[in-house]
Design a protein around this ligand. Structure first.
Ligand SMILES: NC(=O)c1ccc[n+]([C@@H]2O[C@H](COP(=O)([O-])OP(=O)(O)OC[C@H]3O[C@@H](n4cnc5c(N)ncnc54)[C@H](O)[C@@H]3O)[C@@H](O)[C@H]2O)c1
Length: 277
């Protein structure tokens, strides 16, 4: 394995991040903390402002340039897409980024969508792979890399070098619905929701069971709140369609999303998050 590439030097310490939500802001924060210049693209004024505030608060020797559209940017070598988990939207955002920015390495932070299908939207699929970050991005030590037969070895080596350069451990997974982490993480999260739905135990007790009994760092329901119930719903719908009905979202998840109880980002999910409202 070639880990000699100095990823930061290779890309002149510049990254473009598409989407300034929970994850995009966290990815931008991580690169700015490592001294990079990050162009952060999001059409929402509110999201760009919130992300800029978050990055400024975290500090770092890098710089952040929040912009409305990739059309405003010069070509860039390294691009990470982190827009909502919608295949049509992602395909069009990735195709536009490829056309305008001409990146050497184009990555998607999708949690579950097929990298192979997203590649179909691209003219140069060999430059594309999944680079799956975890919450909270600045603290989590793992990055899951997802490749297809069309992904070049060079792209994978660059992505590995990026991961190691950020002080993270890469795990490399073949393209498959939910990859390794979302497939297992969502399975346990959905089962925990069904237990709440059936009145088996409280959310707190179910989480404590996994933390204290099984040595999980965070319980499955608190993790669902951190990820966002809307994000978890989109992933489970995709996994149910691709892997089968065992991933069918429980009615409780749909009801909570319909009520706007999306977890930490709205202040309420399976737990209360008063600091975010
Ligand atoms: N939430 C998690 O814990 C988590 C973890 C790993 C991966 N992911 C994945 O990361 C991606 C983003 O998730 P999130 O939780 O940050 O979602 P989010 O809803 O918090 O953020 C998405 C952002 O994308 C922006 N956006 C919409 N259209 C855009 C466009 N055309 N160009 C640029 N930006 C656009 C939205 O305004 C929003 O700010 C999804 O694919 C999700 O599955 C999420």
């Amino acid at each position: 394995m070639d880990t000699l590439i100095d990823f930061a030097d290779h890309f002149n310490h510049r990254a473009v991040v598409l989407g300034a939500g929970t994850m995009g802001a966290g990815i931008a924060e991580t690169f700015v903390a490592a001294g990079w210049h990050v162009d952060l693209v999001d059409p929402s004024d509110e999201q760009r402002a919130a992300a800029a505030g978050r990055v400024a608060e975290a500090g770092g020797s890098g710089t952040l340039n929040p912009v409305v559209s990739v059309e405003a940017l010069e070509p860039a070598g390294f691009v990470v897409e982190s827009v909502p988990e919608n295949p049509t939207l992602k395909a069009s955002v990735l195709a536009q980024a490829e056309r305008v920015l001409q990146p050497e390495l184009l990555c998607s932070n999708t949690s579950s969508l097929s990298i192979g299908e997203l590649q179909l939207a691209l003219e140069r699929p060999e430059h594309f792979l999944g680079m799956h970050f975890f919450q909270p991005v600045p603290k989590t030590r793992l990055i899951e890399l997802i490749t297809t037969a069309a992904t070049s070895e060079h792209s994978l080596e660059l992505a590995r070098a990026c991961t190691i350069g950020l002080g993270r451990k890469p795990v490399v997974v073949k393209d498959s619905p939910g990859f390794a982490t979302s497939r297992l993480g969502v399975a346990i999260g959905l089962e925990a929701m069904r237990m709440v739905e059936e009145g088996i135990a409280t959310a707190e007790d179910i989480d404590d069971g996994m933390i204290l009994g099984y040595q999980h760092g965070v319980g499955p329901l608190r993790m669902t709140d951190m990820v966002g119930l809307d994000v978890r719903l989109a992933i489970s719908e995709h996994l149910a369609a691709t892997l089968g009905p065992r991933f069918e979202p429980p009615a409780l998840l749909r009801q909570m999303v319909a009520r706007g109880e999306l977890g930490r980002k709205t202040g309420r999910g399976f737990f209360h998050w008063p600091e975010t409202v």
